[in-house]
Design a protein around this ligand. Structure first.
Ligand code: HEM
Length: 554
């Protein structure tokens, strides 16, 4: 395949000129560098029509795929599409044309170029859920200011202090798991992790004790877990089919009758906002304004209190609510997902589980972990990285260029992208790229021990390879892997909670693996079922037989 447009394309027919003129008047292209609006997204629909009516293919030279990649054999289908078309392919996303990429060099360009891309359709459909700052970045100035306040709050001193909170949440959750073990019940570990992650975010981010882990770790989940999941699902519905937005403005009574989904969404939003409002009131009551430097010297406290106290970056109550709702959703689903799939893979791979247990036993010797221990638990952190490689959360990132631009691969071949066109960065496909990863479908944490620079199959021009010498924090970042692993994204919109998440997952898994052995009821992904949303869920829960292990004494 090649990116080069064929020479000597036929001249545009006059009907086409008329058609283009009509569109330019009715749905004008937004100004360069301004945020992507509904008009720009509508123009993506025009590109679909252009192709149908005038056989005008916008991304000439890029293969077109008609496969729909969803369902339980998602990973196999993605691999088929890759092998058939290469790492750049045009496909349909509802009625819109999308360019999907899994080439690390193109991804590096798309994520790493500051100010060139917005979140496009995602921002439009999710603004009422997340607001205009974090995640959607639909008001770039506001995003910059909220990003600065939030990322300042995730400073290393605070992160260290969280270890004890994660330990306490896990101890609490294990009490219930112990009962299930004694009754020899089958446990849905996905529900267990959703509850546990919610307790952890409540405690550390805004100081609310949800006590979700006090619920039996089998479905139905706690109402607040369901509410968070409901909001996330809503973004998926709307992205998959923007017509799902149509009834969003309907009066409550009409929504109850004609659109139960919308009514349920509103109830979920209200439920979450009530909890957050109370936490914000409390933080405002205890407000003690200080500079960032002084705040960094305080130990403990919540992220919310840090942000409320940050003298130079004050925000309205409504803005704080958006910030907190976003962080709540961003932490909860993703961390629960990585814990779920790590448990699945460890249960499937007893050799690896045994190796983790040995490491945990050597480092912890039966006690709870400290921050220093988390640094020592290197193999367990590779297990978590390997899980995120195989089951990234989210499985793709959405972007739209803010002006017409060329997206180059490592050989300087380019795809021309128009302002507002849809770009999908396919993390799940990149992370199983057979030119980058040896045995890409195998769960093999040891791969992160040594440098690698390509398998020779499906060459990746321009890619520098992975070098463990470039790893600085708790996992191999996009810098260490030259954008072959972007589980936490990269560039300006990169996850603010990456080290928080790695710390949380390492603490929780180390404690659970010390105390229990896990055995799956179903091992086959087709039987478990994949539910592809903003993260990868199971369809029927992760049904697990849990038994007592021998190492935990505390
Ligand atoms: C395993 C766990 C996690 C994974 C895999 C993950 C992944 C990601 C990714 C890929 C992005 C980038 C989205 C994009 O580029 O469009 C992101 C953004 C974000 N994440 Fe995470 N995340 C995790 C945990 C967390 C946690 C624990 C928090 C907070 C406590 C958090 C807060 C955020 C926020 C606020 C953003 C938006 C940043 C912005 O818009 O500037 N995430 N996350």
């Amino acid at each position: 395949w090649s990116f080069t447009a064929p020479k000597g394309a036929p001249p545009a027919p006059s009907l086409k000129t008329l058609w283009d003129g009509l569109w330019d008047r009715a749905v004008p292209v937004g100004e360069d560098d301004s945020n992507i609006g509904a008009n720009d997204v509508l123009r993506s629909f025009k590109r679909t029509l252009d192709e149908d009516l005038f056989q005008e293919v916008e991304m000439d030279g890029v293969p077109v795929s008609s496969s729909t990649v969803t369902g339980s054999n998602f990973f196999e289908k993605q691999m088929e599409v890759f092998k058939e078309n290469g790492p750049a392919v045009v496909s349909n996303f509802g009625p819109l044309k999308t360019l999907s990429i899994s080439d690390p060099m193109m991804i590096k360009h798309a994520l790493g170029q500051r100010g060139s891309f917005g979140k496009g359709l995602l921002a439009l459909v999710a603004e009422d859920i997340f607001g205009k700052a974090l995640i959607t970045a639909s008001d770039p100035e506001l995003w910059q200011s909220r990003r600065a306040a939030t990322s300042a709050g995730f400073h290393s001193q605070w992160l260290r202090s969280l270890t004890a909170d994660f330990v306490n949440c896990t101890v609490q959750a294990m009490k219930l798991l112990d009962e299930r073990v004694n009754y020899k019940e089958v446990v849905d570990m996905e529900s267990f992790y959703l509850n546990l992650a919610l307790d952890a975010v409540g405690l550390t981010i805004f100081g609310v004790e949800f006590e979700a882990s006090d619920q039996p770790p089998n479905r139905p989940q706690s109402p607040i877990v369901q509410a968070v999941y409901r909001l996330l699902k809503e973004t998926d519905y709307r992205q998959a089919d923007p017509s799902n937005l149509l009834l969003m403005g309907a009066p409550d009574l009409l929504a109850e009758v004609a659109a139960p989904r919308v009514a349920e969404y509103r109830r979920s939003m209200k439920q979450i906002n009530e909890v957050l409002n109370e936490a914000i009131s409390q933080a405002l009551e205890q407000q003690q304004l200080a500079t960032e430097q002084d705040l960094r010297r305080r130990s403990g406290g919540t992220l919310l209190q840090f942000i409320v106290d940050l003298r130079d970056n004050q925000a309205s109550r409504a803005q704080l609510q958006d910030d907190m709702r976003t962080v709540l959703i961003a932490e909860h689903e993703t961390v629960a997902s990585v814990l779920t799939w790590a448990t699945y893979e460890l249960a499937k791979n007893p050799r690896i589980a045994q190796k983790v247990k040995e490491e945990v036993q050597n480092v912890l010797g039966g006690r709870s972990p400290t921050y220093q221990d988390v640094k020592e638990l290197k193999y367990l952190r590779w297990v978590i990285t390997e899980t995120l490689r195989m089951y990234p959360a989210p499985p793709f990132l959405a972007r739209s260029p803010l002006k017409d631009l060329d997206l180059p691969n490592g050989e300087n071949q380019t795809v021309r992208l128009s302002r507002g066109s849809l770009l999908m960065i396919q993390l799940a496909q990149l992370h199983r790229h057979p030119g980058i990863y040896e045995r890409p479908n195998e769960f093999w944490p040891e791969r992160w021990q040594k440098a690698f620079n390509g398998t020779g199959e499906y060459p990746v021009p321009g890619w520098r390879g992975y070098d463990p010498q470039r790893v600085t924090g708790l996992y191999p970042t996009e810098v260490a892997t030259d954008y072959a692993f972007v589980g936490f994204g990269g560039g300006e919109f990169k996850c603010v909670g990456d080290q928080f998440a790695m710390l949380e997952a390492t603490v929780m898994l180390s404690m659970l693996l010390q105390r229990y052995d896990f055995q799956m009821v179903y091992e086959d992904l087709n039987t478990i079922g994949l539910d592809l949303a903003a993260t990868i869920h199971t369809k029927r829960g992760l049904l697990t037989r849990v038994s007592q292990s021998n190492c935990y004494t505390e």
